[in-house]
Design a protein around this ligand. Structure first.
Ligand code: MF3
Ligand code: CO
Length: 254
């Protein structure tokens, strides 16, 4: 588990997070109908390199998967997370979830957004808004001295009235000095429930589906899709708890 030891560490992680959000601010206007997802990845790879960082996702392996082949995950519509950039083009009405991380001098950031390409349906809009709101509900529950699963409860409570599905199999996580650290931060209360305390850096990331919360993984070993092929949304911030306060390290992009 990450425990920030000093100002230098929090500062390093903060800088990495700010850089990642700066990248997104330039990238988001390019995510429009007609662009190929591989073009987005190429743009991201060169942006991160120019900025002096390293794309943490590129070559990353998750529990025995083949190395992830891109700098950014691009998951469209029924794809929940870990979509691999390809020649596929973005179309009007797509919900495009982007998830990226940067290693800046050994400090790791992680952020995800779901972008509406052109005009999306009312249902998708509602899903995307509720998912984004649930992220901030979760963050508000991240307080030094409270239990971790308060975050999960806050996300779940926000989503419940919409009757949307919450993805259980994938969770938020500790982050900062490595991409995936303890503790796991689920979006429904289950598993370990440690007390949150100073020095923790967490990636909070609700993955919410219009239909069932059940998912499948495609034969590429990465792409996670909804079992009923309905649309999914994903929003993520990296946050830190220190000096008894909670700070959102990545910038708000919506
Ligand atoms: N960003 C994802 C997460 O939040 C991890 C992506 S896995 C990778 O946990 F291989 F694509 F890096
Ligand atoms: Co993450």
């Amino acid at each position: 588990m990450i425990r920030l030891k000093n100002e230098k560490q929090i500062d390093g992680i903060r800088k990495s997070c700010k850089l990642l959000s700066a990248m997104y601010r330039e990238l988001i206007p390019l995510v429009k109908p007609g662009i190929q997802t591989i073009e987005i990845d190429q743009w991201v790879q060169s942006w991160i390199k120019k900025a002096g960082g390293k794309p943490v996702f590129l070559g990353y392996s998750l529990k025995g998967t083949p190395p992830y082949p891109a700098a950014i995950c691009i998951s469209i519509n029924d794809e929940v997370i870990h979509g691999i950039p390809s020649k596929r083009r973005i179309h009007e009405g797509d919900l495009v979830s982007l998830d990226c991380g940067i290693d800046l001098g050994g400090f790791i950031s992680d952020q995800a957004v779901s972008i509406e390409a052109g005009k999306v349906s009312e249902e998708v809009k509602k899903l995307n808004k509720a998912t984004n709101e649930s992220l901030y509900k979760g963050i508000s529950a991240a307080k030094s001295g409270d239990r971790l699963l308060q975050i999960s409860r806050a996300v779940e409570n926000h989503i419940k009235p919409f009757k949307f599905g919450i993805v259980h199999e994938y969770c938020g996580h500790g982050v900062g000095l490595a991409l995936h650290e303890d503790p796991s931060v689920p979006n429904t209360p289950h598993g370990a429930n440690p007390k949150m305390s100073n020095g923790m850096v967490l990636a909070i990331e609700p993955m919410i589906n219009i239909g069932t919360g059940k998912i499948n993984v495609l034969d590429d070993h990465w792409t996670v899709v909804t079992a009923d092929k309905k649309v999914s949304a994903h929003w993520e911030h990296t946050i830190a708890i220190f000096d008894g306060k909670t700070e959102i390290l990545t910038d708000r992009l919506e």
